[in-house]
Design a protein around this ligand. Structure first.
Ligand code: NAD
Ligand code: LMR
Length: 339
């Protein structure tokens, strides 16, 4: 009982004492949605976030009022489109997260979301390029393989593109890989780091199990595990039965990536897989690729090569590259035809 009380007091002290060395304004665009709401809560709990700015076409002021009662010292403001809400959300932002966009229903691929989400992301990117051109942009809206190139094209057209500041959030694939491998091995997922590279959909998601703690995984066990990591999103879409896709695990993933970025901006570099403008396969016409990236004050400071792969993984990468090339070209073409 005493121990429980002590631990509660310790948690409260941590929550009330701001340990942040720098103040950060974080903006969430699409904050009233399935991901936006739990993500806003998790960001409110992060002491590095001092100003949380929530934007949505509907409901953001309500989410902000609700989250603002959580006892940490950050301010929370919610905006709608009226009264220059998007401009107010973005002005002064250090980090912008974009979960705005529709989610999948059973039977759809992420690419089926393109027609709706491409213009949503393009328009939000235009506003971000105008009102917060130096902010780090973390794209969550699907199809990530295409929406990240959309943001880069919008920024290039305005002369404000810094490739080190744009990220596709692929952290959910990393969380799934750790969890799923821990279920196969009966281990603690926290002790099961898995590097996941490529992109964020189906066969473009490539877990490098040969670099995990279980390099000897082979045969049907390995194939089933890789398939589950690649198609983990479908499990959730199917179980939600028309009510959307992963929201809670995604919020945790985005909150973790944001914390890694803020920790790195504060001077402690963190290395995480993420989908970035990457030199790894540019010579093959693939402008973006997820791999381990060391984050620092400038953003994506070191993009790491894939390291040693086995023959099985070489084949997975080849398949991923073919899909990625098409997904990236689709995003670039969309902006050139619909600027
Ligand atoms: P949702 O429908 O619950 O929420 C989306 C929110 O965006 C809504 O509140 C909506 O009002 C808002 N919105 C739409 N257009 C907007 C605009 N122009 N400006 C501001 N807000 C706008 O969807 P969700 O479950 O939160 O998913 C959001 C997106 O994230 C989907 O595209 C989904 O596929 C994607 N997603 C990505 C990952 C990943 O790993 N990167 C994981 C899960 C979901
Ligand atoms: C996921 O991986 O859960 C997301 O990309 C959402 C989806 O459509 O599966």
């Amino acid at each position: 009982m005493v121990l429980i009380a002590r631990s509660v007091f310790a948690q409260q002290r941590r929550a009330f004492s701001s340990t942040a060395s720098t103040a950060y304004k974080v903006a969430v665009l699409g904050a009233a949605g399935g991901i936006g709401q739990p993500l806003s809560l998790l960001l409110k709990l992060n002491n590095k976030v001092t100003d949380l700015s929530l934007y949505d076409l509907r409901g953001a002021p309500g989410v902000a009022a609700d989250v603002s009662h959580v006892p940490t010292n950050s301010t929370v403001t919610g905006y709608l489109a009226e009264n220059d809400g998007l401009k107010k959300t973005l002005t002064g932002a250090d980090v912008i997260l974009i979960p705005a966009g529709i989610p999948r229903k059973p039977g759809m691929t992420r690419d089926d979301l393109f027609n709706t989400n491409a213009s949503i992301v393009r328009d939000l990117a235009k506003a971000a390029a105008e009102h917060a051109p130096k902010a780090f942009v973390l794209v969550i809206a699907n199809p990530v393989n295409s929406t990240v190139p959309i943001v880069s094209e919008v920024y290039k057209a305005r002369g404000v593109y810094d490739p080190k500041r744009l990220f596709g959030v692929t952290t959910l694939d990393v969380l799934r890989a750790s969890r799923f491998i821990s279920q196969v091995q009966s281990t603690d997922p926290k002790a099961e780091p898995v590097t996941v590279v490529g992109g964020h959909s189906g066969h473009t998601i490539v877990p490098l199990l040969s670099q995990s703690n279980h390099a000897d995984l082979a045969g049907e066990t390995r194939d089933a595990l890789v398939n589950r990591i690649q198609f983990g999103g479908d499990e959730v879409v199917k179980a939600k039965d028309g009510a959307g896709s992963a929201t809670l695990s995604m919020a945790q993933a985005a909150a973790r990536f944001t914390d890694s970025l803020l920790t790195s901006l504060d001077g402690t570099p963190v290395t995480e897989p993420t989908y970035v403008d990457s030199p790894l396969f540019k010579s093959e016409g693939i402008e973006f690729f997820a791999s381990k990236v060391t984050l620092g004050p400038a953003g994506a400071e070191t993009i790491h090569p894939l390291g040693k792969l086995n023959d099985y993984e070489v084949k997975l990468i080849e398949t991923a590259k073919a899909d990625l090339k098409k997904n990236i070209a689709k995003g670039i073409k969309f902006v050139s035809e619909n600027p």
